[in-house]
Each structure stands twice: as structure tokens, then as C-alpha cells.
Design a protein around this ligand. Structure first.
Ligand code: PXP
Length: 255
């Protein structure tokens, strides 16, 4: 069943910075000025086309987004800025100084090309609970990026996180293998039901594209989708505004 309220779109703009860093990685001042492409300008255009929020991941290895980008985005983003970050004291300090509207805590592994699995909420235990409450006390909406795994969902609710973002990567990777895809879709469906019943708000992200969105949008209780690679790839051909408009139309088809 399709959702009965509009699904929100958070546009992840990390890969605008990936492209910039491919040329300017060794420059002292790679943010702003006339250095292209500027993720902040991209964010503003995405918002103009209907993005409900802008998401960036400030990785420890600084491979794409830089701290200065996040500072500039905090000043310019008119919708909501969602900062993806690892659960480290340095990142908590940074988030408390910048005060984005939302933080999504993700696992981070230097060798990965992109975030691979969900956070181990069970394993991180009390440390994560402390971070969730410190960020929450500062008025930041916290979400935990987790696999649709019953024990992780249960633990996320137990430590008081208001949101989870369900990892749709395994589903997206299985898209062309029907039995595996059906299994992964059921995990997401059941995970969303469990999360909602436990009082959690449900976001989703990773590997969502212009094709699989037709099925992803039927996962129950979804609030917001965070989508990056597909939108930025499409933008190379159509421009970011058309790429955002097209994704939003597919997320919330009329009628
Ligand atoms: N959500 C989270 C937590 C992520 O780490 C990422 C990738 O940076 C995304 C969503 C977006 O994934 P994609 O670029 O595949 O759309």
C-alpha cells in the first residue's frame, strides 16, 4: 500500500564534494569562492526544486565534505540540515558546535567506498545512549542508521532515539535477483512495522534510485528518504533541479 502522506526527500550532496576534491584535494582552500562544484550552491538549487532537507556525511578521512562545507551549509540551508557522522567524541563536539537540525549516526570504516552496514546499536550500548541524549538535549533530532534487524530496532527504541534510518542497501543490491529482493523487502517492511510500533519515526536510505523508488515508497510508516548517488548522477544530465523534481514526483505520484 502506498503511503497516505507525502514522503519527504533529504538530498545527500556528498558527491558534489567528491567531484570537487578530485581536483582540489591538496589545496588549502577548497571550499567556496569560485571552486567548482560548490556543494552549498547545489544544496540551494536542490531546495528550490523541492528538497525537504540537505544531508551531508562528514567522514573522518574528509574524502568529500569538509568541516567548512558544513559550517557554510548551516548558514545557508533554508530547509533542514542533516549531518551524518560517526559516534566519536570529535564528531559529537563538532555537531554540538554547529547544531545541525538533525544528526544521523552511522558506522564508519576507512576502507569502505560508502557506508556499508548499519550501526551496531546493541554493541555500542551505553556510549551511544549517552550521545543520543547529549545531542537530543541540544535540540538536535537524532537518528540511528541501522539494518532492518529486530534486535537493532528494539535497542534503538530502548536507548531513546527518536528516529531510525533503515538501511536499504541490501535491498537495492538484490534488486535484480527476485527471491533475494523479496526477502530484503520483507525485512524492511517488517522492520518499519516494528520500529513504528516501538514509537520510532522511520526514515530510510542508501541505494535508492529512480527505479526502485516505486517499491521503496510502499514500505509502511516512512517519513523521509535520504538519497544521494542517484540524484547527483541524474543531475549530470538534467541539472540538479530537474533531478530533484523527478525523484519527488516518483516518491509521491499524484493520485
Ligand atoms: N543514508 C545514509 C546513512 C548514507 O550513509 C548514505 C550514503 O552516504 C545515504 C543515505 C545515501 O545513499 P545513496 O548515495 O546510495 O543514495
Amino acid at each position: 500500500m502506498p503511503p497516505n502522506r507525502s514522503l519527504l526527500l533529504g538530498v545527500n550532496i556528498d558527491h558534489a564534494a567528491t567531484l570537487r576534491q578530485a581536483r582540489y584535494r591538496d589545496e588549502a582552500h577548497s571550499c567556496g569562492g569560485n571552486v567548482e562544484p560548490d556543494p552549498v550552491l547545489l544544496a540551494q538549487l536542490a531546495e528550490r526544486a523541492g528538497a525537504d532537507g540537505i544531508t551531508v556525511h562528514l567522514r573522518e578521512d574528509r574524502r568529500h565534505i569538509q568541516p567548512r562545507d558544513v559550517e557554510r551549509l548551516r548558514e545557508c540551508v533554508a530547509t533542514r540540515l542533516n549531518l551524518e557522522m560517526a559516534c566519536t567524541s570529535a564528531m559529537v563536539k563538532f555537531a554540538l558546535a554547529i547544531r545541525p537540525h538533525a544528526v544521523c549516526i552511522v558506522p564508519e570504516n576507512r576502507a569502505e567506498v560508502t557506508t556499508e552496514g548499519g550501526l551496531d546499536v546493541v554493541g555500542l550500548g551505553r556510549r551511544l545512549a549517552g550521545v543520543v541524549s547529549r545531542l537530543g538535549d541540544a535540540g538536535i533530532t537524532v537518528s540511528l542508521f541501522i539494518d532492518p534487524d529486530p534486535s537493532q530496532i528494539e535497542r534503538a527504541a530502548a536507548i531513546g532515539a527518536p528516529f531510525v534510518e533503515l538501511h536499504t542497501g541490501a535491498y537495492a543490491n538484490a534488486y535484480h535477483e527476485l527471491p533475494r529482493r523479496a526477502r530484503e523487502f520483507k525485512r524492511l517492511y517488517d522492520g518499519a512495522e516494528q520500529a513504528e510500533a516501538a514509537g520510532l519515526m522511520v526514515n530510510a536510505g542508501h541505494g535508492i534510485n529512480y527505479v526502485n523508488i516505486a517499491e521503496v515508497r510502499t514500505i509502511p510508516h516512512l517519513h523521509e528518504l535520504n538519497i544521494g548517488h542517484a540524484i547527483l548522477s541524474r543531475a549530470l544530465f538534467t541539472g540538479i533541479e530537474e533531478a530533484v523534481r523527478e525523484m519527488k514526483a516518483r516518491m509521491n505520484p499524484a493520485g
